[in-house]
Design a protein around this ligand. Sequence first.
Ligand SMILES: Nc1nc2c(ncn2[C@@H]2O[C@H](COP(=O)(O)OP(=O)(O)OP(=O)(O)O)[C@@H](O)[C@H]2O)c(=O)[nH]1
Ligand SMILES: [Mg+2]
Length: 452
Amino acid sequence: MDTKPPVPRAILVGIQLPNVDDLAHAASLEELGRLVTTLGYEVSGTLSQKRDDVGATVLGKGRLEDLAAITGGTGTVASMAPKHKSKARERFDSAETTGPERLPAEAGPDTPPRPAYVIVDHEISPNQIRNLELATGAKVLDRTGVIVEIFHRHAHSREAKLQVEIARLKYIAPRLRESVSGGERQQGVGAGESDLDLERRAIRDRLAELKEQLEAIQKESDQRRSSRRDQLRVALVGYTNAGKSSLMRALTGSEVLVANQLFATLDTTVRALQPATSPRVLVADTVGFIKKLPHDLVASFRSTLAEALEASLLLYVVDASDPTYLSQLAVTRDVLREIGADAVPSRLILNKIDRVSDEDRAALQITHPDAILLSSKRPGDVAALRETIIAFFEASMVDDQLILPYAKQGLLGEVFENARVLSQDYDATGRIMTVRGLPGAIAKLRRALAAS
Ligand SMILES: Nc1nc2c(ncn2[C@@H]2O[C@H](COP(=O)(O)OP(=O)(O)OP(=O)(O)O)[C@@H](O)[C@H]2O)c(=O)[nH]1
Ligand SMILES: [Mg+2]
């Protein structure tokens, strides 16, 4: 038997605010569609409207009724006083519906079920969610809710799971208020209120517990990171799906997950550059960014992102074949500024160049003269990037001399990992090595060799 559970269907709702142009609006909705698909839902259509702000019911009255006709709801928020529908007002609201749900489908055995989800391309308040649910009869999620849910599903390491759970509870907590008390905000104290108090206390306690667990784990990862402090470290950063993990695989031969979905990677992975270099170069793959990334989510990934903060070189990976790559780059820069990583030296990597026409490629090179254009799928491009990375570090290295006493030959491996041995000689004191490496790494080796 291969009866699969039906795929939930979702209709996307976008509000185009006055400061957003048509292209950016369409791109944002397209991206929301990919987020929703990543969650495993089928996008049944899109409904969008130009408005001055996202009001109490998100959509204007007419559009709300259109949406309700698609989802099978009443089209009105029961608690709102019924207003006379103004056809003239509706004409002012420029709106369009696309996709197969343009008209309510005739019910029949072969017609797809009505969308059970309405997904709004904004972060909306618990009250707005409730109003929309009343009017449409569907479950309503906002963009942040979708992102938090994807993070929840894609977190694998204990650290990532804890970070996501904290962000999720912080997202859920204020939304709990409405659903538990059930009524309007101004409806004073009632039986629901004490339930609400209990629920909130439970969440507060759970948050405290999770934070404690996270702190313990973060101490370990802080230690791991600090042991890498004097090494050559590169971090791959950038928009989700830009190809960071693909480059990570190509540069280090590691088996990190590569997938054509958003937020495939939530865990930081650190591996040595391959073929191995001396001193070795560590490459870190990090969580991707997205537009309107909830602040709490960024905050909870602060320790994961510390890998980027502590790197000596950041590679900003961009999907150059995406028409919105510039705004994706801007989002990446904003988030890195937010965590204080904007001061780290960086190089721009315009990836997926195999999908860009020769003409566009030439234009990209002119617009970004310092960028490295490559495809993570082309071994030659990856080898050239490897050389660029090595050359970057070469500039900060110094030559020095180390003496490895005969009694400490066990440290030889550590010397080779952290410095390049240019020549060796032997005398009564031990092995005398001329080495090249970062000043910090050489100082650390010297301390290790001197320790008894
Ligand atoms: N054509 C082409 N596709 C690429 C290239 N690099 C990556 N891809 C594809 O782009 C998709 C995303 O790649 P990933 O490496 O998983 O992207 P990521 O930046 O790690 O994404 P997240 O982990 O979700 O943030 C995959 O389907 C890759 O096969 C490239 O140079 N050319
Ligand atoms: Mg990845």
